[in-house]
Design a protein around this ligand. Structure first.
Ligand code: NAD
Ligand code: WQD
Length: 342
């Protein structure tokens, strides 16, 4: 049973990935500083998989502490590195915090990979590296556009740092996964997204409006060059996304001779507008969303969706879950979360 270190494993995507890893027989060690997640997530993971993952409350910026994890759990074979700060707006206000958190963590992980001979890395990247692509759907070899936020820049720089480190130390290898817009929750509603304060992202704002925590959803712009004027994204179910990480780890561990870095787009290949999302949400839940059209949000791209062909072919992975099911799970999670908070 291979041991996998999952940084940020109590977070949104991390927790769903830990479930899929444990269900596939991997031994998981989570490292998280709980800066944007709760220790209770471990109970959710345990209730789904029947197994409590090992957990260490450690900050990835602290290399000594991280080294201690490699010693304590000897034989870690691969690392999935989710731990990062991810709020685009906050990154504009606190750029240095974002550069330090997201990049010092990557430096520590890469140094330790070499030192501990744990040579396989799966890295959480983002479609944000493409900015507004010139050609849609966007493929992995599309140009990387200047980042529109310090957060986006940390992902671009991290990709470059990893590329250089792997070039210099031929033992190291990485699969960088560029996520489009992850949404929804585990069907059990035992784990899901835990937005901190007022959600920035569309789906948590929609579910909070539906349940009455928020009065009104602001639709950011209806004057884009899209069929209904609202912006288009590629929404991917978080569990589909999580499964791709298991496949990526298997690919790295199975093929000892494969080296270097590979990039994969993880999306459905289908773009949906904000107004289309609201329509589907209302259909599947029967709840009307009070909304107001407001000005475009600064920094938003008009439209982006993935060409996932490379991931489909090379990883044998496909995001097949319908928008209806994604939104149903998001709604079920919001109901469970609100019940817990009362
Ligand atoms: P999240 O905030 O839910 O999870 C990140 C986890 O990392 C949290 O549990 C947090 O406590 C932890 N963490 C942060 N800094 C840490 C540090 N220095 N040391 C230890 N733990 C630390 O976020 P998420 O949505 O699950 O995102 C996971 C990864 O995927 C991030 O790298 C993010 O940038 C990337 N990503 C997310 C999205 C998205 O829309 N959610 C899209 C593309 C890429
Ligand atoms: C989706 C659409 C909004 C909220 C962000 C990051 C990106 C990546 C994924 C990490 C947009 C609209 C939203 C609201 C709205 N994260 N919207 N009203 O901006 O595509 O991507 O998360 O890497 O880097 O930028 O996601 O969910 O915020 O927005 O109309 O209250 O919904 O304008 O068109 P986004 P989002």
């Amino acid at each position: 049973m291979s041991k996998i270190l999952v940084t940020g494993g109590t977070g949104y995507i991390g927790s769903h990935t830990v479930v899929e890893l444990q269900n596939s027989g991997y031994e998981v060690i989570i490292v998280d500083n709980l800066s944007n997640s709760s220790i209770d997530v471990l109970d959710g993971i345990t209730s789904i998989t029947g197994k409590k993952p090992a957990f260490e409350k450690i900050d990835c910026r602290d290399k000594q502490d991280l080294a201690g994890v490699f010693k304590k759990y000897s034989g870690i074979e691969a690392i999935i590195h989710f731990a990062a700060s991810k709020a685009v707006g906050e990154s504009v206000e606190k750029p240095l915090l974002y550069y330090r958190n997201n990049l010092v963590s990557v430096l520590n992980i890469l140094e330790l990979m070499g030192e501990q001979n744990a040579c396989s890395l799966v890295f959480s990247s983002s479609c944000t590296v493409y900015g507004q692509p010139d050609v849609l759907p966007v493929t992995e070899d599309a140009p990387i556009k200047p980042a529109t936020s310090p957060y986006g820049n940390t992902k671009q720089i991290a990709e470059e740092i990893i590329r250089d480190a792997i070039h210099a130390d031929k033992r190291l290898k990485c699969i960088a996964l560029r996520y489009f817009n992850p949404v929804g929750a585990h069907p059990s509603a035992a784990i899901g997204e835990l937005p901190n304060g007022v959600p920035n992202n569309l789906i948590p704002f929609v579910t909070q409006t539906a349940i009455g925590i928020r009065d009104c959803l602001r639709v950011f712009g209806n004057d884009y060059d899209t069929p209904d004027g609202s912006a288009i994204r590629d929404y991917i179910w978080v569990t589909d996304l999580a499964k791709a990480h298991v496949i990526a780890v298997e690919r790295l561990l199975a093929n000892k001779n494969k080296k270097g870095i590979e990039f994969f787009n993880l999306g459905t290949g289908k773009g949906l507008s904000v107004l289309e999302i609201l329509e589907v949400f209302e259909q599947v839940t029967g709840v009307e969303i009070n909304r107001q059209i407001v000005a475009r949000r600064e920094g938003d791209v008009e439209k982006v969706w993935a060409d996932p062909t490379f991931a489909n072919k090379e990883l044998g992975w496909k995001a097949e879950t319908s928008t209806e099911k994604m939104l149903e799970t998001a709604w079920k999670w919001e109901i469970a979360l609100t019940a817990k908070r009362r």
